[in-house]
Design a protein around this ligand. Sequence first.
Ligand code: SAM
Length: 212
Amino acid sequence: MRLRNITGSKDMIAESPLVIHEPEMTKGKWKNVFGNNHDLHIEIGMGKGKFLYTLAGKNPEINYIGIEKYSSVLLRALQKMEADPLPNLLFIRMDAEEITEVFDRGEVSRIYLNFSDPWPKDRHAKRRLPSREYLARYDQILKKDGILEFKTDNKELFEFALEELPFAGWEIVKKTFDLHHDMEMMEGNIMTEYEEKFSSKGNPICKYIIKR
Ligand code: SAM
């Protein structure tokens, strides 16, 4: 994602009531933050957040947290949402590498990865969000029957993600190399910003749903 340096974005985020500022203090206590016992779904690398905002609006009985590494990107999401915030949607600015510091064992019911950065060089494979290293982290925070959903238009990244599954002890529930022409998997699909951009160029969208 191209980053523009937005002056003061860190300060603006620090003042936002929609952002959890010391998320590690909330590990194991996310139900208290939302004030209910609803399931918790998270998106890692949410970008400008349209996907999660739409989802949270449609499902008030589910709690959502959007995780984004960069302040300048998170700020864009906040600017759109602060005028009409949703009680079941909060944000964390963090690197997903630290995810096990923030969520307790089994605390998350579903994880979304959408159009994750491909990190094309082999030596950077560990940084890819669907890599076996990240799957091991997700394994720690996801509840027993929890699922992970991943979408991308990058076929190489998708094939890499599929190859990682047996090493990490995960298995496919459903998969497609052309989501927008798969009626079953397309049902209820919410387009992300990147999905709109790349599908409008004619790129097929790959998706899997996985479990352990
Ligand atoms: N999910 C959005 C979409 O589909 O429109 C944005 C996709 S964008 C290509 C990937 C996003 O993931 C960027 O905003 C990037 O900053 C974020 N990201 C990449 N690595 C991350 C990490 N380790 N932790 C948190 N966010 C990350």
